[in-house]
Design a protein around this ligand. Structure first.
Ligand code: PMP
Ligand code: GLN
Length: 437
């Protein structure tokens, strides 16, 4: 922001006086507004009223910083602590050397779009048209924002199933829409279809589903999707299906995509993330699959948010995905980590909840004497400071204050990291808790 570099966040001094903006009638600052002094000599201010007054720094960033400050093992923010496959890195650097350094096509590298379509077809038995139904994005985050901006108009309502990933509600608000939170069932985090049906109105424009689910680790099965299909059948409502953990489904179960459910595929945007699937969260690459008419609208927003995504990485990933083994082995790779972590947690007074998918396990702490009276956020801060293990509270995944004494751990970590974390968590036994063994 020009002229604002050294300014305090709520008082941005603009050193460049602009003639047309120096009216002396100062605009009064309101809370959650930025007062911009247009000309310090003439007491003129311009008000920047926040579009996202309730938004602060995300809980993931906050807990990672606290973990670092305390030298804690970071099982909070969801990212692997191991390196991606060397062959992927080789493919990306080869792509750079081969000249993939300028703008790729707006909708994404053609080979990568074909690979995305092939992967979807081999998992779900339905082949998207790579040219008209697949778009490569700068991560799932940009995909989600762009879907919402393409679909939601001022005054529209969007059903958000809570606990929900933190970007959905602010994105809806940026589009001028209204988030209508509907709770997943407390205790088991399964969808409550009666509540979803009740929340639908003539203004409902979009329903956001996330499976496998962050933070609960639950998955939607075929009968869940069929039920949603029945409820939406006669309504002009779209579906944003956030499937970034699609290849992390355990115990022999399968991931069911909204894009493969006949009752829903015609109205759904399916969002994926290469960051999750290839252990490269920092690369920020993802994709959206949607029917041609929806894709056309999506691309209108996409081309004016980022235009296109990173060229060499798209080519490198496309080459790498020529071999399906890495994503096909992902479920067993993570299931081994989940099982090791769960076995370790069983020797602590934390009570793990079922994890069917994703790389998150939730746990109750109501049997830990030192924690049980703390709200979730404070419990996570305490755990980070005193035990040396960072976790994420569930409360920030809700729009209304919600305390369940449940926290989330990420097990996308080296086995040694998980073992060390569990050894530290076992010390909770001597703080008034007992193991469940
Ligand atoms: N949706 C969910 C449910 C997530 O957990 C994440 C994790 N970051 C995202 C979307 C965003 O993915 P990406 O890093 O590809 O933007
Ligand atoms: N999706 C990641 C998580 O849930 C975090 C992403 C982020 O930090 N914004 O932990």
């Amino acid at each position: 922001m020009r002229g604002a570099r050294n300014a305090a966040p709520h008082d941005i001094s603009c050193r460049q006086a602009r003639g047309q903006a120096t009216r002396s009638a100062a605009i009064r600052p309101r809370s959650n507004s930025f007062s911009v002094s247009l000309n310090p000599m003439q007491d003129a201010t311009l008000l920047l009223s926040s579009k996202l007054p309730k938004v602060g720094t995300t809980i993931f960033t906050v807990m990672s910083a606290l973990a670092q400050k305390n030298g804690a093992i970071n099982l909070g923010q969801g990212f692997p602590d191991f390196e991606p496959d060397d062959r992927l890195l080789d493919r990306v650097s080869a792509a750079m050397r081969a000249g993939h350094n300028q703008y790729p096509p707006m909708a994404g590298n053609p080979l990568l779009r074909q690979r995305v379509a092939d992967k979807f077809a081999s998992v779900h038995g339905v082949r998207p048209d790579w040219e008209h139904e697949v778009t490569i994005t700068s991560g799932a985050t940009q995909a989600i924002l762009s879907v919402i901006m393409a679909v939601v108009r001022a005054g529209d309502e969007v059903i958000v199933l809570e606990p929900a990933y933190d970007s959905y509600v602010p994105n809806i608000e940026l589009a001028g829409g209204r988030a209508v939170p509907v709770g997943l069932r407390p205790g088991d985090f399964r969808p409550d279809f009666a509540a979803i049906e009740q929340a639908l109105t003539s203004r409902t424009r979009l329903v956001i589903v996330n499976t496998p689910h962050n933070p609960s680790g639950r998955i939607w099965r075929r009968n869940d999707w069929d039920r949603l299909g029945e409820i939406l059948a006669s309504r002009p409502v779209f579906v944003l299906s956030d499937e970034v953990y699609e290849h992390m489904v355990y115990d022999g179960e399968s991931h069911v995509s909204a894009g493969a459910v006949p009752a829903l595929s015609g109205r759904s945007f399916v969002v994926s993330s290469f960051g999750k699937t290839l252990h490269v969260t920092g690369w920020k690459l993802g994709s959206v699959i949607a029917p041609p008419a929806l894709t056309a609208e999506f691309r209108k927003v996409h081309q004016f948010t980022v235009f296109t995504a990173n060229s060499a990485m798209q080519q490198g990933i496309a080459d790498y995905l020529g071999d399906p083994a890495p994503w096909q082995q992902l479920a067993s790779f993570y299931q081994a980590r989940r099982d090791r972590f769960l076995a370790g947690l069983a020797a602590t007074p934390l009570r793990a909840l079922p994890c069917e998918g994703s790389y998150f396990v939730c746990a109750r702490y109501d049997e830990v004497a030192a924690m049980r009276d703390l709200p979730e956020r404070e419990a996570c801060e305490w755990l980070t400071r005193e035990i040396g293990v960072a976790a994420i509270p569930l409360s920030p995944f809700y729009s209304a204050p919600t305390e369940q004494r449940i926290i989330r751990f990420c097990f996308a970590k080296r086995q040694t990291t998980l073992d060390q974390a569990v050894a530290r968590l076992a010390s909770l036994c001597s703080m008034g808790g007992t193991s469940s063994r």
